[in-house]
Design a protein around this ligand. Structure first.
Ligand code: ATP
Ligand code: MG
Length: 656
């Protein structure tokens, strides 16, 4: 049997067991794994009953009679917003802070659970008056301000589905998402603050709704606009309504109606790292169960004392599951920050952590690597002693980035949970549990209790320990996607066709199990390089490059090569401190040799290009397919979901 992916890097020797103090106070104990192993569905049923309040208790747990279309808890009824809000107030926690909001200009608001519940009720009354009912779709196109959370929860409260569109997306992207969902209402703002400027949002909404050809149906009846920046906006009296003219006046009495567990909760598009974004559909009861379970146990949440901050935008799945639904279902106190980490200067995030005494901090490797590039002096000027747990999501975190994160941000003490999951999975699937797992830098490690994961070859056979292959989920899980909106065929083709006879969900990622059975993500299967018959993954070579003292970030791709079939081509960003002290002379050649020494001559890049930027999605992930175009001297492909479209021409110049 040939391995779908070769494994080259040496085993990681650095291991970190939980401290006795952490373990003693940890929320999650090993009994969770035991219970899930004994009766997987029973385990999820118990978790759901314990973590959520059901208006009508369910008796069915999983209906998998029509795979891959799952139903979880489907004869039960609940209201998702009630679970995130009212019940905490009813339990006497109305005064607990739900959000410490910090705007980019420095304005702040403290919002308690009672405040947020009241605001959501008011908005729900407004939307009801406008005819929004169960089954309708509402587009949300907002900056990271409290009204965005209110909007999400008010839509959920009415049993309608939201489609949050990242506020940095263009009018075109917004338009296609509004149309795809057939949204009746758009909730937006005049603008938001980013990088010290008021950036407009409303004009993109106007443009997305304008100029419809004769055949096109305009489904949007109203646009609700929050005044955030006060900038001038165009106004359509028939369609547009200011939030401040209707929401504060509306009644704060509203009783949440219960909806079936499988009622759609939201549609959300994938990041678009590998191609055209997919509109992923999630429903209510199973989604909320797994979001709440993973949030509580992986982040070791003590809701009375912790201050939790997830830096993801609400336009991404991480923002949905770990800045809205999971934490609010668990009654957590959160930080909500509107702007960028660099404004007014690079230490802004650390200032926020110091100010609010953040104890749990969840961010992305791309952010960690950009802090590495800037240097440790910046965080070291702040008091980060409140932090007790760090989390990472979005890409493999290179072992050196993991170490930097723990040493510089976590004072060499905090556990780091590296969480693997996808828009499609709805919630975390693979992660350490911080009071139990001995951590290994760079590995996502273990499937969550109740989650069945395997690494298989292309026939679907398990590759066992110490081997690489394709990551699959072998059993349905509560927060799994229920489909691609409006396209059941694409749903089946994309995720279920590959291992149709086994019924496995194919994630599209490569992975390997080490000798202990821990899982290491190796990058996208689409990005695997075939060099002289060896199947090389991106992650290990990138991590070797990042392990060099000069490097902050690296991306590798395979470019066609006459000699070897494909050759490894690397793009590298240097640390500012290294550049200042040593310059970049001769470094490309040194890095080539370095990779050869670290993991073997087969992985040695043919070219190493030193660049100042890498192409990234709006969610901060490296888009390797664009780099492959550069490496092969082709016209660069679709850059629609790129955060900064200029970066490709910058890179092209630096490569010449
Ligand atoms: P598209 O599917 O449109 O290409 P995307 O896959 O980037 O976009 P997301 O759902 O936001 O969209 O990202 C999920 C992917 O992110 C995973 O499939 C995986 O490749 C990567 N990922 C997320 N978390 C981790 C992690 N902890 N370690 C390694 N990879 C991760
Ligand atoms: Mg994906």
């Amino acid at each position: 049997m040939s391995q779908p992916i070769d494994h080259l890097a040496a085993e990681e020797a650095r291991h970190f067991a939980p401290t006795p103090e952490f373990a003693a106070n940890a929320v999650a104990g090993p009994d969770l794994y035991d219970a899930a192993a004994a009766d997987r569905e029973g385990f999820w049923a118990d978790q759901s009953r314990e973590l959520l309040t059901w208006a009508t208790p369910f008796t069915n747990v999983l209906d998998w009679s029509n795979p891959p279309f799952a139903k979880w808890f489907d004869d039960g009824e609940l209201n998702v917003a009630y679970n995130c809000l009212d019940r905490h107030v009813e339990a006497g926690h109305g005064d607990r802070v739900a959000f410490h909001f910090e705007g980019e200009p420095g304005d702040t608001r403290t919002i308690t659970y009672a405040d947020l519940t009241e605001e959501v009720k008011r908005l729900a009354n407004v939307l009801t008056e406008w005819g929004i009912v169960r089954g309708d779709r509402v587009a949300i196109y907002m900056p990271m301000i409290p009204e965005a959370i209110t909007a999400i929860l008010a839509v959920a409260r009415l049993g309608a589905a939201h489609s949050v569109v990242f506020g940095g997306f263009s009018a075109d992207s917004l338009r296609s998402r509004i149309d795809d969902a057939g949204a009746k209402l758009v909730i937006t703002a005049d603008g938001g603050y980013r990088k010290g400027r008021a950036t407009a949002l409303k004009p993109a909404v106007d443009q997305a709704l304008a100029d419809r050809g004769s055949g096109e149906q305009a489904t949007v009846e109203r646009v609700l606009v929050v005044r955030r920046t006060g900038q001038d906006v165009e106004w359509n009296d028939e369609r547009d309504v200011w939030w401040e003219d209707v929401v504060p006046q509306a009644s704060a009495e509203h009783t949440a109606e219960a909806f079936p567990a499988e009622n759609p909760l939201f549609i959300l598009y994938t990041s678009g790292t590998t191609g055209n974004p997919k509109g992923i559909l999630h429903t209510s009861g199973g989604y909320l169960t797994q979001a709440a379970f993973t949030h509580k146990n992986i982040f070791d949440l003590h809701p009375e004392t912790d201050v939790y901050w997830c830096t993801a935008d609400i336009g991404w799945i991480t923002g949905h599951s770990y800045a809205v639904y999971g934490p609010l279902a668990n009654g957590a106190t959160q930080v909500l920050y509107e702007g960028t980490p660099e404004h007014p200067e690079p230490g802004r995030w650390w200032d926020i952590i110091e100010k609010y005494r953040v104890s749990i901090f969840y961010t992305a490797p791309t952010a960690v690597r950009s802090f590495m590039k800037q240097g440790r002096e910046i965080p070291q000027k702040r008091d980060l002693s409140s932090l007790r747990l760090l989390g990472s999501v979005g890409e493999p975190i290179n072992p050196e980035a993991w170490m930097w994160f723990r040493e510089v941000i976590g004072a060499g003490l905090t556990p780091i949970v590296d969480t693997w999951w996808q828009t499609e999975t709805g919630a975390i699937m693979i992660s350490a549990l911080p009071g139990i797992t001995t951590l290994k830098p760079g590995s996502a490690q273990v499937p969550q209790p109740g989650i069945s994961i395997d690494v298989v070859d292309d026939k679907g056979e398990s590759v066992g320990n110490d081997a690489g292959g394709l990551l699959v989920v072998t059993e349905p899980w509560p927060s799994m996607l229920r489909g691609i909106w409006g396209d059941p065929e694409r749903f089946v083709d994309t995720y279920w066709k590959m291992f149709a006879d086994k019924g496995f969900y194919f994630a599209g990622d490569g992975a390997r199990r080490d000798a202990d059975g821990d899982i290491w993500l190796l990058g996208r299967v689409d990005d695997v390089m075939n060099v002289s018959g060896h199947r090389l993954s991106t992650a290990e070579i990138e991590s070797a490059l990042v392990a060099h003292e000069a490097t902050a970030e690296a991306a590798v791709v395979g470019a066609s090569d006459e000699m070897t079939g494909e050759a490894v081509v690397a793009f590298v960003i240097l640390k500012e401190s290294f550049l200042k002290a040593h310059g970049a002379e001769g470094l490309a050649e040194q890095l080539r040799l370095w990779v050869g020494q670290q993991i073997g001559p087969i992985a040695r890049p043919r070219d190493v290009f030193i660049v100042s930027e890498l192409p990234k999605t709006r969610s901060g992930k490296i888009m390797r397919r664009l780099l492959r175009d550069v490496a092969e001297g082709r016209e660069v492909g679709d850059t629609q979901t790129l955060a900064d479209t200029m970066v490709m021409s910058t890179i092209a110049k630096q490569v010449k």
